[in-house]
Design a binder for this molecule. Structure first.
Ligand SMILES: *[C@@H]1O[C@H](CO)[C@@H](O)[C@H](O)[C@H]1NC(C)=O
Ligand SMILES: *[C@@H]1O[C@H](CO)[C@@H](O)[C@H](O)[C@H]1NC(C)=O
Ligand SMILES: *[C@@H]1O[C@H](CO)[C@@H](O)[C@H](O)[C@H]1NC(C)=O
Length: 439
C-alpha cells in the first residue's frame, strides 16, 4: 500500500497552524519567520543563475572517499535479532598496504535521527571527520541504524519485509538501536580489527541510543572514549518549529489513524524531489531544513554542498521511532517506548513504559572518558535539557567528562558547518590525542 505523504503533511501543517495560532505564540512567530526566510530564499535562488554542481555531488560514497585518496569498504553487520546493517569502513589511504592498515585503533561514527552514514560527506573533505580521523591513524567505521535505506535488510525477509509497512521489521525505536544495533556493530568492528575497545562518536540519536543501551546492559566496557555531538537524553524543551508544530497539531495521531507505520517512502520521495530541486534551489532547501533544526540568520553551511546533501539524504526511519521521540518531548522523561497499557503489560510487565535505569547507566559509564559538544542555538539540545543531562553525569564532570559549547551552532553544524573543522574536529582530535597520550 502506498500513500503519498505530501498531501497528508500539507493538510496537517495547515491544521497544525490553525491550532497553534491560538495556543503558542512563539511557534507562530518562528513559523512566520521561517516561512518568510524560505520564500525569500526561493526568490534569491530564482533570481540568480544556477551555479555549477560540485564534483562531489556526482559521487557515490566509495567514489567520494577514493577520489580523495582513501580506501573504502562496505560491510554487512547482522544484529542479534536479524537486522542486516551496512557499515562503511575507511581503513586508511589508498597508498597504504594491508599491512599498514592492520592493527590501527578503531573509531565508530554513529549518525542521528533520519540521517545515515552519508552525512559525513556533506561537508568539504577537509572538514570530514572520517577523513580527519583516518589521517590521525584510525581505522574508521561509519555505521547505519536499522530503518535507514542503507540497512533495509533482514535475515528473515518474509516476516521482516521492509516493503510491508505492517511487518515486524518496522517494530522498533532508538531503544532497539541501543540494545541490538550498537553492541552488534561494536562487536563486529572489534572482531574485524582485532581491537579490545574502540572510540565512539555519536551525533544526536547516536548519543541517546548509547545512553539507552547502556542503561540496560553494559556496552561501555568495550568503548574507551565517547564523543557526543549534540548529545540528547531529555528533549522536553526542544524548540524546533516543525517538531513543535507536529506536537501541537496532533499530526502523529493523524498518521496513526491512517495506520501509516513507517516512513519508508520518505527517502524515496524526498530522494527524487530533493535531487532535482536542490541544484537550482539550494538556499530554499537549506532554509527549509533550518525550520527543522533551528532558525538562524547566518548561513554557516556552504550552499555549494547542498546538492551533495541531496545525493545522500535523508536516511529515513519509522513512525514508531518518531513517536518515541515525540513521547519524550511530551512527557519530558527518558523512558522506553510507550505501547499503551495493554501492550506495555505484555512487553514490560507493567502498565507504564519504564524509565531507563540511570543507576545502571552511571555504573556502566563511570570510567568512560567522555567529551560532549553542544551548539548554543541547537534547538534539539536546549540549555535546560542539556543541564539535566549534565546533572545525570555530574559525578564525572571535570574528571572523566568534559564539554564544550559552540556559539551559534545548530543541530547539523557539528558535521556540516564550514567552521566545523576548527570548532568540532580539532577539539575532538585533541581530546583523542590526550587520551592516547595518557594510556
Ligand atoms: C576546505 O576546503 C574549502 C573548499 O576547497 C575551502 O574553502 C576551505 O577554506 C577549506 N577549509 C580548511 C579548514 O582548510
Ligand atoms: C536515491 O537515488 C539513487 C539514484 O539516483 C539510488 O541509487 C538510491 O538508492 C536512492 N535512494 C533511495 C533511498 O531511494
Ligand atoms: C515489538 O517489539 C517488542 C520489543 O522488542 C516486542 O516485545 C513486541 O512483541 C513486538 N510487537 C510485535 C507486534 O511484533
Amino acid at each position: 500500500m502506498k500513500i503519498n505523504i505530501l498531501p497528508i503533511l500539507f493538510i496537517s501543517l495547515c491544521l497544525g497552524f490553525a491550532t497553534a495560532k491560538y495556543s503558542n505564540i512563539e511557534l507562530v512567530k518562528d513559523l512566520a519567520i521561517g516561512s518568510f526566510r524560505v520564500v525569500s530564499g526561493l526568490i534569491e535562488d530564482l533570481y540568480y543563475k544556477t551555479p555549477e554542481l560540485t564534483d562531489d555531488a556526482y559521487k557515490s560514497p566509495a567514489e567520494f572517499y577514493q577520489s580523495y585518496g582513501y580506501r573504502f569498504e562496505q560491510h554487512k553487520i547482522v544484529t542479534e535479532d536479524g537486522y542486516i546493517l551496512s557499515a562503511w569502513r575507511i581503513p586508511g589511504k589508498l597508498t597504504e598496504s594491508f599491512k599498514d592498515i592492520s592493527g590501527k585503533p578503531a573509531v565508530m561514527l554513529q549518525h542521528g535521527l533520519l540521517d545515515n552514514s552519508g552525512t559525513f560527506t556533506v561537508g568539504f573533505s577537509n572538514q570530514s571527520l572520517p577523513i580527519l580521523l583516518c589521517n590521525e591513524g584510525y581505522d574508521v567505521w561509519i555505521t547505519n541504524t536499522r530503518g535507514n535505506f542503507n540497512s533495509f535488510e533482514h535475515t528473515n525477509p518474509k516476516e521482516y519485509s521492509v516493503f510491508d509497512i505492517h511487518s515486524k521489521y518496522w517494530n522498533f525505536t532508538f531503544d532497539s538501536m541501543g540494545y541490538y544495533d550498537l553492541p552488534s556493530n561494536i562487536d563486529y568492528i572489534l572482531d574485524y580489527t582485532d581491537n579490545k575497545k574502540l572510540t565512539y562518536i555519536g551525533h544526536s540519536q547516536g548519543t541517546i541510543q548509547f545512553f539507552a543501551g547502556n542503561s540496560i546492559k553494559n556496552i561501555a566496557s568495550k568503548v574507551d572514549s565517547f564523543v557526543g555531538l549534540g548529545p540528547v537524553m531529555y528533549v522536553e524543551n526542544q524548540r524546533s518549529p516543525i517538531i513543535t508544530l507536529l506536537k501541537v497539531s496532533g499530526v502523529s495521531t493523524l498518521l496513526k489513524w491512517l495506520d501509516f507505520n513507517n516512513l519508508l517512502i520518505w527517502p524515496t520521495i524526498v530522494n527524487v524531489s530533493l535531487k532535482s530541486i536542490v541544484r537550482p534551489l539550494r538556499k530554499t532547501v537549506f532554509r527549509f531544513i533550518q525550520m527543522i533544526v533551528g532558525l538562524k540568520k547566518e548561513v554557516s553551511v556552504d550552499l555549494s554542498r547542498m546538492p551533495v546533501m541531496g545525493r545522500h539524504e535523508p536516511g529515513g526511519t519509522n513512525l514508531q521511532n518518531m513517536m518515541h521521540w515525540l513521547q519524550m518531548v511530551v512527557t519530558g522523561n527518558f523512558a522506553r517506548y510507550n505501547y499503551g497499557k495493554e501492550e506495555n503489560l505484555r512487553v514490560y510487565g507493567q502498565e507504564d513504559a519504564p524509565f531507563y535505569d540511570l543507576e545502571v547507566l552511571k555504573e556502566n559509564i563511570k570510567d568512560l572518558d567522555m567529551f560532549l559538544i553542544r551548539g548554543s542555538i541547537d534547538v534539539f539540545v536546549a540549555q535546560e535539557d542539556f543541564d539535566k543531562l549534565l546533572d545525570v553525569l555530574a559525578f564525572k564532570l571535570g574528571t572523566t567528562l568534559n564539554y564544550k559549547v559552540v556559539k551559534d551552532y545548530d543541530h547539523l553544524d557539528y558535521i556540516w558547518a564550514d567552521s566545523s573543522y576548527e570548532e568540532v574536529a580539532l577539539p575532538v582530535l585533541e581530546f583523542l590525542r590526550n587520551k592516547r597520550a595518557n594510556q
